[in-house]
Ligand binder design. Structure first.
Ligand code: NAD
Length: 252
């Protein structure tokens, strides 16, 4: 897709990770100015290096689970680049636990706080800015596991189902005021998150590969291109929708 994002300003949370880094790079490649936001300063700064976008990209350390931190992120974005047109709410953490009844409340809450409350907080601070300037596009990273479950992922599955609910709720409330809100549901994408799961659960990747009719796992670019389209004016009628970019995962 070649839709230009010239003149647009984007935030990518989790911009130091596999999907976020590639999204930040592709958005910049298509002409957007990009704020890379991540809890990890090292990973975020590495993304800036990979992007090579010069003054058109900055890194801001931010914690999606912290309202003050996210408020400051939006303020810095607007101070620096003048608007906030695209928000890719993408930061997330993995979970691989025991059977549900053996998951501790602390384990469960940790995942919900980042993966679900984090998306709520992100939209809570992004939407007022978008309304004030006349519109914007929000793209939340959910997961195939926002519509289906696999064993030993109860907290993660719950968090991603919740992201879909939040996406729809926000779209219903704000679409007529110019803020489009959509969710992307990636299948398994080759990123550090998946490498970490493979390390603790050898064979994880191969087992999941079998669930992708297309015969391969995804690449971060598969997701980045979809985010770029949803962020562009070409997607002006798309809102409240779920985009499965999953090699057919949810088709079987
Ligand atoms: N990789 C996959 O197969 C896959 C599949 C479906 C959905 N997803 C989702 O895509 C998103 C990105 O995943 P990824 O594979 O790139 O993971 P990743 O681990 O490579 O990157 C995640 C990034 O988020 C950052 N982060 C973690 N907690 C944060 C917080 N509280 N505030 C700000 N940043 C924080 C991390 O530092 C990291 O840089 C996640 O929401 C994940 O659940 C991934």
């Amino acid at each position: 897709m070649t839709e230009s994002l010239a003149g647009k300003v984007a935030i990518v949370t989790g911009g130091g990770g596999g999907i976020g880094r590639e999204t930040a790079r592709v958005l910049a490649e298509k002409g957007a100015r990009v704020v890379v936001a991540d809890l990890s300063e090292e990973a975020g700064r590495e993304t800036l290096e990979v992007m090579g976008a010069g003054d058109d990209a900055i890194f801001v350390r931010a914690n999606v689970a912290d309202l003050d931190s996210m408020t400051a992120l939006v303020r810095t974005t607007v101070d620096r680049f003048g608007s906030l047109d695209i928000a890719h709410n993408n930061a997330g953490i993995e979970f691989s636990g025991p059977d549900l009844a053996d998951v501790t409340v602390e384990q469960f809450n940790k995942i919900i706080t980042v993966n679900l409350t984090g998306v709520f907080i992100s939209m809570k601070v992004e939407i007022p800015q978008m309304l004030a300037q006349g519109g914007g596009s929000i793209i939340n990273t959910a997961s195939s596991l926002g519509q289906a479950a696999i064993a030993h992922q109860s907290a993660y599955v719950t968090s991603k189902h919740g992201v879909i609910g939040l996406t729809r709720a926000a779209a219903v409330e704000y679409s007529d005021r110019g803020v489009r809100v959509n969710a992307i549901l990636p299948g398994v994408i080759q990123t550090p998150m998946i490498d970490a799961l493979e390390e603790t659960h050898p064979g994880f990747k191969d087992a999941l590969l079998a669930k992708h009719p297309i015969g391969r796992l995804g690449a971060p670019r598969d997701i980045a291109e979809a985010v770029a389209w949803l962020g562009s004016d070409a997607a002006s009628f798309a809102t409240g929708a779920l985009f499965n970019i999953d090699g057919g995962y949810l088709a079987i």
